[in-house]
Design a protein around this ligand. Structure first.
Ligand code: F0G
Length: 433
């Protein structure tokens, strides 16, 4: 890990030759670039991942308004615009997004024997997943650099969000999906928002290989989470959790548990915490422990954490009912592994049956989530059973996508509807008087 990714790293200083308030920096070699001068997803010098850095990092009192753009001072644009894009005056493209519920879940909380458990339901965003937070910034960045074709590889939610935000910005969108492995609701979203959908005979990682090559050849602007602007928007999940938890619970949560696919969200939450520490808005000791959960059939990130490895080894064969996280190579691992380790968190793999049970537990509290989202609760349960999480910890689980994204999984997890004659007595016979 480079020093810049340490929780003790000093706040960045503006590099020579950059006069904008933010810039791109390579997390490996430290090379810096102006933010919107050219299309760039990785370091020209060493190929490392880029991240956005800021000359001024805001404290809590800088934030006002609602949703993602409440946190504009921590983002590359001053605002998100709900109207048409204006190339002269770059801004985010907003639907709007964020401001999602932080539910109490008393039954699950008691069942797990935890003092405090809240669920941050990102399925309540405009297209039904946390990806909208990334897209409001990422599509704004695309407009700022002046591209006209947007592309992503996706297990489904990114494609749904890209299609909607692309439509809003009036930009062409191209999405590559692993054939037969994307939940119906997500394909329907991409289709109705008029993305060009290509189904690839391969898995998500193969789709991402192709999209990266298209982007390198200048054929499309990449809006996967390798795009550093996307992760800026996703930082706001962390900002919202911390602010609301502090206001409602009188302190920050001890731990945040979330599903891991490409580890973009894990990287984004860690960056959020690091910047708050650098701004003096969060004590280092108050940083929540980042805890990642994967399905056991697609768990290369968990493997790396368990083995203490510096890098993640790609799994060529992945399988899970939680198709959103059916991913063999978490491309943001260089940003996310330090996040888990520096915060004192961990990572755990869960079986598909445990994911389905957790999905039903959440449904029993009135919260509808897709399978990948329920992995967070399943992982928390496993860590509690193993004694790795104490009863007095205050925990937030992130649920990343809405139930209706994957109607087949919901149906498979539930009892079948019962046919009945078109007659009151027949209905009463069935349900009892
Ligand atoms: N949960 C859901 C519902 C997702 O759609 C994803 C990722 C994740 C969790 C994992 O997040 O990649 O930041 O670790 N979905 C991507 C997609 C890959 O294409 O929609 P991550």
């Amino acid at each position: 890990m480079t020093d810049a990714l340490s929780l003790d790293a000093p706040a960045p200083t503006r590099p020579d030759g950059v006069d904008a308030d933010c810039w791109l920096a390579c997390i490996d070699c430290g090379a810096t670039y102006p933010p919107f001068e050219a299309v760039r997803y990785s370091c020209d010098d060493c190929g490392g991942l880029l991240e956005v850095r800021y000359a001024d990092l805001p404290d809590w009192d800088a934030f006002s308004g609602r949703g993602v753009w409440r946190y504009a001072d921590a983002l590359p644009f001053e605002t998100g615009r709900t109207g048409p894009i204006d190339p002269e005056n770059p801004a985010g493209v907003s639907l709007p997004e964020g401001d999602t519920p932080l539910y109490e879940v008393p039954t699950i909380e008691a069942d797990l024997g935890l003092d405090r458990l809240r669920v941050k339901h990102e399925g309540m965003n405009p297209t039904g997943s946390f990806k909208d937070r990334g897209m409001t910034v990422g599509v704004g960045a695309a407009a700022a650099v002046g591209v006209d074709r947007l592309a992503c590889a996706s297990t489904g939610n990114t494609s749904a969000a890209l299609a909607a935000y692309g439509a809003r910005a009036d930009l062409e969108t191209l999405v590559l999906l692993p054939a037969g492995k994307v939940a119906a609701g997500k394909v329907a979203q991409a289709a109705i928002h008029d993305a060009r959908i290509l189904e690839v005979d391969g898995n998500f990682d193969d789709c991402l290989d192709i999209v990266q090559e298209l982007a390198n050849r200048g054929e499309a602007y990449l809006l996967n989470s390798l795009n550093p602007f996307r992760l800026e928007g996703q930082k706001t999940i962390g900002l919202e959790i911390l602010e609301r938890f502090r206001d409602e619970e009188g302190g920050f949560p001890d731990r945040i548990v979330l599903p891991v696919g490409n580890a973009g969200n894990t990287a984004a939450l860690y960056k959020c915490f690091r910047e708050l520490v650098q701004a003096g808005a969060l004590d280092r000791d108050d940083v929540p422990k980042l805890t990642g959960v994967q399905a056991s059939g697609a768990a290369p990130f968990v493997e790396a954490i368990e083995n203490g490895a510096e890098t993640v080894k790609r799994w060529e064969h992945v399988e899970t009912r939680a198709t959103a996280i059916r991913i063999g190579e978490p491309v943001n691992a260089p940003k996310a592994l330090p996040g888990v380790r520096e915060t004192g968190g961990t990572a755990v793999a869960v079986e598909d049956e445990q994911i389905t049970a957790a999905q039903r537990d959440l449904a029993g509290e009135g919260i509808g989530v897709e399978p990948a989202s329920a992995a967070s609760i399943a992982g928390l349960r496993k860590l509690r059973q193993r004694g790795e999480i104490d009863a007095d910890e205050r925990v937030v689980c992130l649920t990343t996508g809405h139930l209706l994204k994957d109607p087949e999984a919901a149906t498979a997890a539930s009892d079948d509807p019962e046919p009945v004659e078109n007659d009151v007595d027949a209905v009463l016979d069935l349900v009892g008087e």
